[in-house]
Design a protein around this ligand. Structure first.
Ligand SMILES: [Zn+2]
Length: 446
């Protein structure tokens, strides 16, 4: 099955759940349809008698279902996965799956459902892969709870409301990735009873992710807001445009240049808000083609904002509205590398122009929706920002001298110490807060 077929299958499977909650496991799911038909009947006496019988019958069935408790998986919740997760090995050496479950508390009169538990199982072997509850589960939810809200607020889904669970799954080393995932979700109703969804099958794309060369030269670069961080402004931003829900930045990363001590800004720059672009370590660095390919979409002419300056809301959720100066390369069918926030006047690639791995495309800058100089990099299945799905990638090789955060990188007093043994990571994806370094030779490793 191709990735495209898997995604079509995921969308089709989830549509079935709209009409038949618990359809996959519960033959009494038909009762929901009967109830809907009944409410549309004309109110004749005969019909009213029939309706009473039907209601009585229905109430018995509902009571029966309730007494069977969570076994019946009757939660009136649509569970939708719109993009099949693809297996990828992270810089921690662990195989990961990143995906979203979009939940809809479907009916208007169900009342608040409080998500209590999410269990993930191998769809074939039934082996439990992960369970999420409490604060850990709340941290995976979108929308986030408002400031000052009580604990668990993000797990409350009102009637007719939608929420998304962002799942980052670690697969045990040495195990074959599952072909499908099954999910069990448990909710507490407003009456204090438990109701559940058991099924919500998600197909897994077990093909290998695209292997890329270095997007930059040398080290060190802090990979901030990167893969693995479901709270990042990248993965966490679901885009709904023109009838389509997508997650373009699922594996996006911001690469911030730092010196050997982990400082993004040169010593003596003083107040960061007064700093100049030249004070920033990464500003002006060469940005490189990660593979042979063709420029599909490029832009130059946007100004570089002053570091840490307030910015207007993006004009639109598009490359032109967000990226500033950018290059989008098509590197294989349905695989596009996006480079954003490039330095004004630095973009040397035009749409339709062929490039080779390692060619300079432009320089690191601070154009577009960007608070400080950095390279925003992502890979997706389309040349546009909107309507594209973020897909995983691995770099052919890179070093990972340690872990560092953006807050540490802009703290002049914090000092980064590289690990004593810096090994080479091969065909892995950098994860959130990794410090990474690239060989000066962009050719593929042997
Ligand atoms: Zn970014």
């Amino acid at each position: 099955m191709t990735n495209r077929q898997r995604n079509q299958q995921n969308r089709a499977d989830c549509r079935a759940l709209v009409y038949f909650p618990g359809w996959a496991n519960d033959p009494t799911g038909d009762s929901i349809v009967m109830d809907a038909t009944e409410s549309a009947e004309v109110g004749t006496l005969a019909n009213r008698s029939m309706r009473m019988i039907a209601r009585l019958l229905f109430s018995i069935m509902v009571t029966g279902a309730a007494s069977a408790s969570a076994q019946d998986a009757m939660a009136p919740v649509e569970v939708r996965n719109t993009w099949a997760p693809q297996v990828v090995t992270g810089s921690d050496g662990v195989v990961h799956l990143a995906y979203e479950l979009h939940l809809l508390n479907f009916y208007g009169d169900t009342g608040v459902l409080q998500l209590r538990h999410v269990g993930v199982f191998d769809g074939t072997s039934k082996r439990s892969l992960a369970t999420f509850e409490g604060p850990a589960l709340e941290a995976m939810m979108s929308p986030h709870a408002p400031e000052g809200a009580k604990v668990g607020a993000a797990l409350s889904i009102k009637s007719g409301a939608q929420a998304t669970v962002f799942i980052w799954l670690d697969l045990p080393k040495g195990t074959t990735p599952p072909a499908t995932l099954r999910h069990r979700l448990e909710f507490e109703t407003a009456k204090g009873t438990t109701t559940s969804v058991d099924g919500a099958r998600v197909y897994v794309d077990t093909s290998s992710p695209v292997v890329l060369g270095a997007p930059l030269r040398g080290g060190f670069w802090v990979a901030t807001e990167g893969p693995g961080n479901s709270r990042s402004h990248h993965w966490g931003s679901t885009v709904v445009v023109n009838g389509q829900l997508t997650v373009p930045q699922r594996y996006a990363v911001d690469l911030i240049g730092v010196d050997a001590g982990g400082h993004a800004v040169r010593a003596g720059a003083g107040d960061l808000r007064q700093s100049k672009h030249a004070d920033w370590i990464g500003f002006g660095a060469d940005v490189l083609a990660v593979a042979d390919g063709m420029g599909r979409s490029t832009h130059d002419g946007a100004v570089d904002h002053p570091p840490l300056s307030p910015q207007d809301e993006p004009a639109s959720l598009t490359a032109d509205g967000l990226y500033g100066n950018y290059v989008v390369l098509e590197i294989s069918p349905h695989v596009f590398a996006h480079y954003a926030h490039l330095q004004h006047g630095s973009v040397v690639v035009k749409a339709g122009q062929h490039v080779h791995r390692g060619d300079v495309l432009g320089h690191v800058g601070q154009s577009g929706n960007s608070g400080g100089p950095h390279l925003h990099f992502q890979v997706s299945n389309a040349p546009t920002f909107e309507g594209s799905e973020g897909i995983p990638f691995v770099f052919d090789h890179f070093t990972r001298p340690g872990i560092w955060s953006v807050n540490q990188a802009i703290d002049s007093k914090a000092v980064f110490h590289a690990t004593s043994k810096i090994g080479m990571h091969r065909k892995e994806m950098p994860l959130d807060n990794d410090v990474i370094g690239f060989s000066t030779d962009p050719r593929p490793s042997k």
